[in-house]
Structure formats: structure tokens, C-alpha cells
Write a protein that binds this ligand. Structure first.
Ligand code: HEM
Length: 267
């Protein structure tokens, strides 16, 4: 075999491998996008605190334990979309939050069971878990066209480093209201919230029957002052009278990749 034949063969192998890798990456990215935007997707939010023994382990042992978790995240990342948040320092009761989106709730469970089965997982105290699912909008289809158009206002570009999770339970009176009345009240809610669409990204999960509350509300922002004003504005609309539980707990953290968070807990 001549040198040029060897070079051509090597080049063709490299190009084929590059296409395979690119295809795999695109495939995963597409799934994640679907999981984060489709209705009928199941989400689990699990908050964890490290036990005191974790911090007494030497750095090498913590590093090896974290490496095993990175493998578990990579493996399950093909089935579910995993997002991770640092709560330590901003919450007295959890160090990190994991949000998982899966087409089936058992996929979220499989990931968490594998995570908890690692050497690192043995040191995790699961301080809270919320389950919910995404659904098509219930009220927006009956809103006036100008409100529907205003709801399409895109968020300002740029990183939104903070995430807030607030579970909500409505009172029985809310569920006894007819659809028309609830639509009118949710229109008021929306009008009060619209000025904050540019700085606050939101996602709603329905939890009735899947957990002890009715909704998990999730937000990303780079402007906590705006988020504070948004909550105050929503507390002035009538729909707020029907919130029987609001937060408790409210989870506030910063968004980081799982690798970043694991590195932080091993340093
Ligand atoms: C940018 C800010 C916000 C906007 C534009 C907004 C808008 C909306 C809209 C349009 C709906 C109706 C969805 C549907 O048709 O099913 C809705 C539902 C809801 N929002 Fe907001 N919202 C915002 C912030 C908040 C905040 C800060 C909370 C509470 C922490 C909240 C709690 C809820 C809840 C619990 C529902 C579900 C109500 C139900 O289906 O009975 N929202 N929101």
C-alpha cells in the first residue's frame, strides 16, 4: 500500500467518525429541545444536601466518586434532559437541585436511582422531590389576540444565571370556578406579568395527582429585582387569593453544568 493510499484511508475514517459524532450530538440536542418544549413531558425536580461525612473525605476519594456520577449523567443524558443548579450558599437546606425531563416518569426515576446508587449518591440527602408534567396552555387560547401576541415577546438575549422554583397549590374554590371565570382571572394574572417577559423566562408544570401541590412554577432570570417586582405584581391580582401554598420551599439557585457542580463539590 502506498503512502498516499494510507493517508486517503485514514482521512476517510476520520471524516466518517466526525459525521457519526456530529449526527449523535445533533440527535441528542434535538431530543433535549423537544423534551424542553413539548407538552406531555414529565419533569422531576430533586434537591439534595451532602451529608457531613462527604466533606471529611479526602479530595481524591471525592474526585473518584464525582467521576462515577459524570458517567451516570452521560449515560442517562441519552434518555432524559438533565439540568443542574447550585443552591449551596443560597439555601440552608439543599446544596444542589437536579431537574430532569423525560418522555416517561420512570426514565427520570431510573436516573435518580442510579445517581443515588453511586459512592457520591450514598452521601446525598434528598431534601425534596417534586413531580409534574407539561401540558398545552389551558387559558391562552381564549385570550384576546393582543395578549396572545404580547406573550410572544422574546426574552432579552444573554445568560439568565438564576433559577427559581416555586411549588403552588390552589384552594378548592379555584377548581370549583368555571372555565370562563378562571380564564378572566388568568388574563389579569397575565396582564400583571407581561412587563417582565423580557427578563424572566418561565415554564409551568402541572402536578395535580402526581404530587402534594397543583403546579411547579420554574423561572430563569438575570434580574432578581425584576423577579421580586413580578411576584409583588402577581400578589395584587385576585387569582392570588386562591394560592393556598406558595413555595415552601422556594428553591433559588444558580445554573451550572453538572461537571461544574461536581468539580465544585470535590475541590
Ligand atoms: C413573566 C411572567 C409570567 C407570565 C407572562 C405568566 C403568564 C401566565 C399565563 C399566560 C398562564 C396561563 C397558561 C395557560 O393558558 O394554561 C399562566 C399560568 C400560571 N402562572 Fe403565570 N406568568 C408569569 C409568572 C408567574 C409567576 C411568577 C407565578 C408564580 C410564582 C406564576 C404562576 C402561574 C400558575 C400557578 C399558573 C397556572 C394556573 C392554572 O392553570 O390554574 N406565573 N401564567
Amino acid at each position: 500500500m502506498t503512502l498516499s493510499t494510507v493517508m486517503i484511508r485514514t482521512l476517510s475514517i476520520v471524516v466518517t467518525l466526525w459525521f457519526v459524532l456530529l449526527h449523535e450530538q445533533l440527535g441528542q440536542a434535538a431530543d433535549r429541545e423537544k423534551l424542553l418544549s413539548d407538552p406531555g413531558v414529565y419533569a422531576t425536580f430533586a434537591a439534595f444536601k451532602f451529608d457531613p461525612e462527604w466533606w471529611e473525605m479526602d479530595k481524591a476519594a471525592r474526585g473518584a466518586a464525582a467521576a462515577a456520577v459524570k458517567d451516570v449523567v452521560r449515560k442517562h443524558g441519552e434518555q432524559v434532559a438533565i439540568d443542574t443548579y447550585l443552591l449551596r450558599g443560597l439555601s440552608e437546606y439543599a446544596d444542589m437541585l437536579i431537574r430532569i425531563h423525560g418522555s416517561d416518569l420512570s426514565r427520570n426515576q431510573n436516573f435518580l436511582v442510579d445517581l443515588m446508587g453511586t459512592a457520591l449518591g450514598a452521601h446525598l440527602i434528598n431534601t425534596s422531590t417534586f413531580n409534574g408534567m407539561t401540558k398545552k396552555a389551558n387559558y391562552v387560547p381564549n385570550f384576546p389576540d393582543e395578549t396572545k401576541a404580547a406573550l410572544k415577546t422574546p426574552a432579552e438575549p444573554g445568560a439568565k444565571p438564576y433559577a427559581v422554583v416555586i411549588p403552588i397549590r390552589k384552594d378548592a374554590a379555584w377548581w370549583l370556578l368555571n372555565q370562563e371565570t378562571r380564564t378572566r382571572l388568568m388574563k389579569e394574572h397575565t396582564d400583571a406579568a407581561l412587563p417582565y417577559l423580557k427578563t424572566v423566562k418561565r415554564k409551568l408544570y402541572h402536578s395535580n395527582g402526581l404530587d402534594d401541590f397543583d403546579f411547579i412554577t420554574y423561572f430563569e432570570t438575570d434580574n432578581l429585582a425584576d423577579f421580586n417586582s413580578l411576584i409583588l405584581a402577581l400578589q395584587q391580582v385576585k387569582e392570588n387569593q386562591h394560592n393556598r401554598r406558595f413555595g415552601s420551599p422556594t428553591l433559588l439557585g444558580t445554573i451550572h453544568s453538572s461537571d461544574e457542580i461536581l468539580d465544585l463539590f470535590t475541590r
